[in-house]
Design a binder for this molecule. Structure first.
Ligand SMILES: [Zn+2]
Length: 227
């Protein structure tokens, strides 16, 4: 375990035990810090340093970025129970998709595309309404869920990751799309910790506790993973 990783876990444990800001250790914590700007900045620094040693940053071509935006708009409209085609005949104010929702989809799609590029896989471009139980990527019959998040791999609850493989792709506001690593469900539950960043307690794994992404590609190529 690296020093940074250890500091991260200690900070979580400290916040849990004392309810105090993990940086100044004086004022009550709102989430992880007391919300003083200097404390928040230091905590954000701690979070962003935590990258996997074998992480791969993925660059996109202009046509890939355009494609991701088009798919994001399609997903947003399918989620809203209408198709892009229907929407052309509606007024803008009536049922216009929210910019933030499209951006969330776009980042998720870029994450899937980044993982597919690194793994040389084919993306599943079927549009799911909820995304639940629908694997993002299927390579050689193995379900791979790609989570594109700002910090570490997190699921809503323990039951959300029971089978297959999860890949963590990180980003900073849609930039610096980086494939961090992969983990299977048993390893996730062995290494997980719980963190509450304002949305309730979530099981999480630090990027540094995930396996190098290139080892997944090797294993997928030789086909040793159990389906
Ligand atoms: Zn503080």
């Amino acid at each position: 375990m690296t020093d940074n990783n250890q500091a991260f876990y200690k900070a979580l444990a400290y916040r849990e035990r004392t309810g105090l800001c993990i940086i100044c250790r004086e004022k009550p914590a709102v989430r992880m810090t007391c919300s003083h700007i200097a404390c928040m900045e230091r905590w954000c620094g701690m979070k962003t340093v935590g990258s996997n040693k074998a992480a791969i940053k993925v660059e996109f071509e202009a046509r890939e970025l355009q494609w991701a935006l088009a798919v994001a708009k399609e997903r947003e409209s399918s989620k809203r129970g209408t198709t892009a085609r229907d929407k052309r005949y509606r007024s803008e104010s009536d049922n216009a998709p929210k910019h933030d929702d499209i951006e969330t989809h776009r980042i998720g799609i870029l994450g899937e595309l980044a993982a597919a590029k690194v793994l040389r896989g084919k993306m599943n471009t079927d549009f799911g309404v909820t995304g639940k139980d629908m694997p993002d990527l299927v390579i050689g019959g193995i379900k791979i869920e790609v989570k594109t998040l700002q910090g570490y791999l997190a699921f809503r609850e323990d039951g959300d990751f029971r089978r297959g493989i999860a890949i963590l792709v990180t980003h900073q506001k849609g930039e610096n799309i980086t494939v961090q690593g992969w983990i299977d469900a048993p390893a996730f539950h062995e290494k997980k910790f719980y963190a509450d960043f304002g949305y309730g307690k979530r099981p999480c794994v630090h990027p540094q506790d995930m396996r190098p992404i290139m080892t997944l590609r090797e294993q997928l190529e030789i086909g040793v993973l159990v389906r």
